[in-house]
Design a protein around this ligand. Structure first.
Ligand SMILES: [Zn+2]
Ligand SMILES: [Zn+2]
Length: 421
């Protein structure tokens, strides 16, 4: 079990380091870099880890890094590595806040809180490295700082570079601006949704609107696709999977009296359940063809796989709750809902067990805000809270997770995702 003095040790560590960590986060916030351009971010994280005596390794793509913290020598050789994951990338949008640490780069903003995640995992790593030096770390820990979460390529790059080798469990937190600072939201099972992009192109010969029977009326056919496809899906897919197709763009034609020869509709497919997600491309292709085919139009479906749902393993979610309770108290941990948002952390959980939790960042009594807003900011006490939670969760997993279960047998989903990208 966790050392009874862990909360006290964390208090001492943060009394000495919290100001430095907040300054580190503000520096990242002022210098945000979008996916795969996180060169400065990678460098400053690597420098801080090296200054703590760690030996970070930059990923082959030049951004993102891994750092291992070795356990007290041969103390528990059977223990697998516990990984803590952060993401480095910012969003391509302007920062509209009026704060001293506002983005110095036009068109880039840490509006998803990845600067906070990076600082939390860094802080947890610094604490665990001190524990290792004191001969107190009961098993090995890997810090994963991945690039490009928003573009959904970073987790796959980490896995391809061997970032999950010897890892038994992986944990991450994501900022939640609807949850008060000091709270952690956790659930077992799916916590984020799968999200794909689709583009439907309907084609026909085109012609005069006086004689639609001599053409394939692609505008009419496209209208049918747009309205009938979501309806048909609602009858062909288990409603519990909450598969939802929503169109975001539609375009066809240029004149009131001419039937065009092409029309396009684009949208997203979101889904709470990975089985329905796996079946979605073939089903949507079948439905699109049958609807458009009835009007003599030909149809092309461009189905672009994005990420699967993030499915928290039950034991890992319980470790998050146990670890967080030990440092935040029982009131600090609460159940959270599955969202229709997407997170590329899902790819790690296709390979090893683990869990993603929501880290409260709302100032108490503050208004609800959302991620991806140009005014997004956090109550910075969330950084110290995040460090406490990640450290306690990693130690809980090391003490209790020696015999991690076999990886879940749904690696096929990752394969499908790559094949159809
Ligand atoms: Zn985001
Ligand atoms: Zn995010």
């Amino acid at each position: 079990m966790l050392g009874h003095d862990l909360p006290e040790e964390l208090d001492q560590f943060l009394a000495a380091r919290e100001d430095e960590l907040i300054a580190f986060r503000r520096d990242l916030h002022a210098h945000p870099e979008p996916g795969l351009a996180e060169h400065r971010t990678t460098r400053v994280v690597a420098e801080r880890l090296a200054a703590a005596g760690l030996d970070p390794v930059v990923l082959p793509g030049g951004t993102g890094l891994l750092a291992d913290i070795a356990a007290a020598e041969n103390l528990y050789p059977e223990r697998t590595v516990v990984a803590l994951r952060a993401d480095l990338d910012a969003l391509p949008m302007d920062d509209e806040k009026d704060v001293p640490y506002r983005s110095a780069y036009p068109g880039a903003c840490h509006a998803c809180g990845h600067d906070v995640h990076t600082t939390v995992v860094l802080g947890a790593g610094l604490f665990l490295a001190e524990q290792a030096r004191a001969g107190l770390l009961p098993g090995p820990v890997r810090l994963i700082f991945q690039p490009d979460e928003e573009g959904s390529t970073g987790a796959k790059d980490v896995i391809a570079a061997g970032g999950l080798a010897s890892v038994g469990r992986v944990f991450a937190v994501h900022c939640d601006p609807r949850l008060d600072v000091g709270k952690l939201g956790i659930r077992s099972g799916a916590i984020t949704a799968a999200c794909d992009h689709i583009k439907v192109r309907v084609r026909g010969p085109g012609g005069h609107t006086a004689r639609p029977h001599l053409t394939a009326d692609v505008v009419y056919a496209l209208g049918k696709v747009v309205t009938e496809l979501p309806a048909a899906l609602s009858r062909r897919v288990d409603p519990r999977s909450s598969l939802s197709l929503v169109w975001g763009r539609i375009s066809a034609g240029s004149a009131a009296n001419a039937i065009p020869d092409e029309g396009i509709a684009e949208g997203t497919v979101r889904c709470l359940d990975n089985e329905a997600w796996a079946a979605a491309p073939a089903l949507i292709d079948e439905l699109v063809r049958s609807v458009a085919g009835a009007y003599g139009a030909t149809v092309e479906l461009d189905y672009c796989r994005n990420v699967p749902a993030t499915v928290n393993e039950e034991a890992s979610a319980a470790m998050f709750a146990t670890g967080a309770e030990s440092v935040l108290g029982q009131d600090g941990v609460m159940p959270t809902q599955q969202s229709l948002g997407a997170e590329d952390f899902a790819y790690y959980l296709d390979c090893v067990p683990g869990a993603l939790a929501r880290l409260g960042t709302r100032p108490p009594g503050g208004a609800d805000a959302d991620l991806h807003q140009p005014s997004f900011d956090v109550d910075e006490r969330a950084i110290g809270i995040g460090v406490r939670v990640m450290v306690a969760t990693a130690l809980t997993a090391l003490w209790h997770g020696a015999a991690a279960p076999e990886p879940p047998a749904h690696g096929s989903l990752a394969g499908a995702a790559e094949g159809e990208r």
